[in-house]
Ligand binder design. Structure first.
Ligand code: ZN
Ligand code: ZN
Length: 395
């Protein structure tokens, strides 16, 4: 007897949908249909949930054998990896699969595990909020930025005719997932080199102590300025060197600008970018809370710069980056070629002669002349297949 028949006729339609999806006939389960990813997402999510429950309620699972495993230092990293894998697979399934039951249930179970505390969970008595880590971070991030910008784009759009679910929104949502997950991996990646640098440059300790003693907000502003200088030259280099441009071309391939479009960035460029901008900051003595605030701020800021939000801000746009300022960086026309590299402070572009903000005008079209593949995999391999040559616009 099929499980589906065991469920009461009046059962939640959602549950029935899920069961039907789980029991799909073999021909719709083929590789690439999203069934396998959904199925393994579900399996991993359930596994992660059980592990988190075991960590959270130690009395329920007080067998000595399990104690040894739980005390092993890598255990939490494994739980975290399982959570991340389940969360990536369920999103993959949601992307690939017209039926969403399987992917949605896996995602919800994974979210449940994350809300119980995820890999950072503390035993119930000494509970602390380790929530912002893993799947939860993606969901919180997506909801926070979505709730901030989707209404703003409706309320004050630059292009009124552009829809919320415009072309290629799925691809960009996938980029959003990848970059959100990456923020957490980054914490691990930059930790080792920054600890090494900090340990081997003890002569700078007085300098670091000086930085750490500055008021929080002053530290934050310095972080914005220092990282934007680093980012400016990094960004300019990616426009200049043909091989690097083949990576950065992905970011510029977006033909519609909205809050999600800014997430589109080749993973290699993203890794190098975050390392280039974060490593100096991690080693200059800034308070960890300043760095965390900066990493969170970057998401909101980048969404704002790419958002389909109007307003000319002719004066303000000379000092603080506005959507119109960054939209010119994405413009297809000749005058938009290699301008506005800064992401916080347009005066850095003024300083180095790349500033472009004609009064009251916006670019007519967005994108680049090159043909960039439209899907994630194609874009991932694009730097290997492209000639790396930037097509110069006709003068
Ligand atoms: Zn660029
Ligand atoms: Zn951009």
């Amino acid at each position: 007897m099929k499980i589906e028949e065991k469920i009461d006729e009046k059962a939640l339609p959602f549950l029935r949908k899920f069961m039907r999806d789980l029991e799909s006939p073999r021909e719709v389960r083929r590789f690439g249909s999203g069934w396998l990813s959904g199925f393994f997402a579900l399996l991993l999510a359930i596994g992660a949930l059980l592990l988190v429950v075991a960590l959270r309620f130690p009395d329920w699972f007080a067998t000595p054998e399990l104690e040894i495993v739980k005390e092993w230092g890598g255990f939490r990293a494994v739980v975290h990896a399982i959570l991340l894998a389940s969360y990536a697979l369920s999103l993959l399934s949601l992307l690939l699969r017209p039926r969403k039951g399987l992917g949605m249930v896996a995602l919800m179970i994974g979210l449940g595990a994350a809300l119980l505390g995820g890999a950072n969970v503390q035993p119930e008595e000494t509970q602390s909020w380790g929530v912002f880590f893993g799947l939860d971070f993606f969901i919180v991030n997506l909801l926070a930025t979505g709730f901030m910008f989707a209404p703003l784009e409706r309320f004050k759009p630059h292009r009124r005719e552009q829809r919320l679910f415009r072309n290629e929104w799925r691809e960009d949502l996938f980029y959003f997932l990848v970059s959100t997950m990456f923020v957490q991996i980054l914490a691990f990646l930059t930790l080792a080199p920054s600890t090494f640098i900090n340990d081997n440059t003890s002569s700078w300790d007085a300098f670091r102590a000086g930085v750490a003693s500055l008021p929080w907000i002053v530290q934050f502003v310095i972080v914005l300025i220092v990282s934007d200088f680093a980012q400016y030259w990094y960004h300019r280099l990616f426009h200049k060197v043909p091989f690097l441009w083949s990576f950065h071309a992905i970011h510029h391939s977006a033909k519609s600008m909205d809050w999600l479009a800014g997430s589109r960035m080749h993973i290699i460029e993203l890794i190098v970018l975050r390392c280039v901008t974060s490593l100096p900051l991690f080693t200059l003595g800034f308070a960890p809370s300043v760095m965390q605030a900066y990493l969170g701020f970057i998401y909101v800021w980048s969404s704002l710069l790419h958002a389909n939000v109007g307003g000319n801000f002719n004066q303000l746009g000379h000092w603080i980056a506005t959507p119109r300022f960054h939209h010119w960086h994405h413009g297809l026309e000749d005058e938009a070629f290699d301008v506005n590299f800064a992401i916080h402070f347009p005066w850095i572009d003024k300083l180095f002669g790349t500033f472009h903000l004609p009064e009251d005008r916006w670019p007519k079209d967005y994108g680049i002349p090159e043909d960039v593949p439209r899907n994630y995999t194609g874009q991932f391999f694009y730097p290997l297949t492209s000639t790396g040559k930037k097509i110069e616009s006709e003068e």
